[in-house]
Design a protein around this ligand. Structure first.
Ligand SMILES: [Zn+2]
Length: 144
């Protein structure tokens, strides 16, 4: 029995695969990209929001959603949700909570110099154990 994917493999040459955006980005290249990507922002970091209605607001990162490349920042992008009591004893009302924002819309505040800083990655080879370190590009200090 022939499967749909067999058909694709048989009828498309490698070159055609490369040209086709769908296969290129969706199937082959994404796992690679994900592998080499390192998060520049971690839970507990102080960040400043660069754009949107909360532009300029500072807050702490509460949660990361790496799959969607989003983060939740304390006090930023607060949305109201109207909750209806579906069961007896459940409270209805309006709940305010933070919505996830794209992690590219924030910048880390360097704990060493206090400025908004771009982050560089350095690999330390102390103790023969390679470890990735984040460094501030403004003061060149190691953050962690
Ligand atoms: Zn710094």
């Amino acid at each position: 029995m022939a499967f749909a994917c067999d058909f694709i493999y048989e009828t498309r040459s490698a070159k055609e695969f490369d040209k086709s955006n769908r296969y290129n980005i969706g199937v082959f290249h994404q796992p690679l990209r994900r592998k080499y990507k390192m998060s520049r922002i971690k839970v507990g970091d102080e960040v400043v929001v660069l754009s949107g209605k909360d532009k300029g607001r500072k807050g702490k990162v509460i949660e990361r959603i790496p799959k969607k490349d989003r983060i939740i920042v304390e006090g930023v992008s607060i949305t109201k949700r109207h909750i209806r009591a579906t069961r007896r004893g459940q409270e209805s009302g309006i709940v305010e909570r933070e919505a996830p924002i794209p992690s590219c819309k924030v910048m880390l505040i360097c704990p060493r110099c206090g400025k908004n800083a771009r982050i560089g990655i350095k690999i330390s080879e102390m103790d023969e154990e390679k470890e990735k370190l984040r460094i501030c590009k403004k003061c060149n200090e190691v953050i962690d």
